[in-house]
Design a protein around this ligand. Structure first.
Ligand code: FE2
Length: 271
């Protein structure tokens, strides 16, 4: 199977860039399944049901989240019923929504998607390692599901790498989100799991991690909050991770970054 993961849609720039690119990417990369992290799609803070639907219409099968999942209260109207929208699995039990689901892909294939969130420099949720482990006790890659994609939303590269190795051999792809900067370490781990520490955001890279530059710089200089953060609205760059899996084992045969847009060195896999 061919899977694409797109990193955090950041504000209007990010969602417009991704919505515009997705139909072409689905065709060009012959994609079977697409997951998009949209937790910053609504002006940087959460996503709305309307935006989630637009991204799904454009070609996403699943929308994942993170620490901003619940910023827009509107999402509460759909998150319990619409299983295409995920929040991190390691939120405590009474939290609305779900952290994983199994989805139908073309040719009778089943794809398990898990969204989890790190705890280093983040809100201390339940242990993400044990939470993902519990899900993977129910589903086995290459046996009950054909692909397993894990979006690990975290700040620390160490925690994300540890998760990659912890799941090596049990997932098709473990990809990090949240830092908004793509890392250059896309690789297949020894056990066959594709891994990239961060997919990078879809958004305007003439910014401070997607936000207009003035306020973040001012906060670093003065330690004062003068204004709200607002997303940078220049042309967006699309960033993500492309994986091709072995149909028999579900493990990765190939992993490559995807970068399309005006500011980063472009890279689009040849299919
Ligand atoms: Fe985040």
């Amino acid at each position: 199977m061919r899977l694409l993961f797109l990193g955090d849609l950041m504000g209007r720039s990010g969602r417009n860039a991704a919505i515009e690119a997705l139909p072409g990417l689905r065709e060009k990369l012959k994609l079977d399944f697409v997951v998009v992290n949209a937790e910053n799609a609504a002006s940087g803070f959460g996503t709305t049901s309307k935006i989630a639907n637009q991204v799904i219409q454009a070609g996403a099968d699943v929308i994942s989240g993170g620490n901003h999942t619940f910023d827009q209260k509107d999402i509460l109207s759909v998150i319990d019923n619409d299983q295409r929208i995920l929040r991190p699995v390691n939120y405590p039990d009474p939290t609305p929504g779900r952290g994983y689901a199994v989805y139908d892909a073309p040719r009778g294939k089943k794809v398990l998607v898990i969204n989890a969130m790190g705890r280093v420099f983040m809100n201390p949720l339940e242990c993400p390692f044990r939470a993902v482990d519990a899900v993977l006790k129910k589903y086995r890659l290459g046996v009950t599901v054909h692909a397993v994609l894990v979006d690990f939303h975290g700040e620390a590269t160490s925690e994300k790498m540890a998760m990659g190795h912890y799941l090596d051999g049990r997932a098709s792809l473990v990809v990090g989100t949240h830092s908004h900067i793509p890392t250059a370490d896309a690789q297949i781990l020894p056990g066959g799991t594709a891994y990239q520490t961060d997919a990078g955001m879809c958004g305007d890279y003439n910014s401070v991690i997607g936000m207009d530059k003035a306020e973040p710089i001012s906060r670093f200089l003065t330690k004062m909050n003068r204004e709200r953060y607002t997303p940078a609205n220049g042309e967006g760059t699309v960033c993500g991770t492309f994986v091709e899996t072995d149909d028999r084992t579900g493990l990765a045969k190939r992993v490559e970054p995807v970068r399309m847009g005006p500011r980063l060195m472009e890279h689009l896999p040849e299919v």
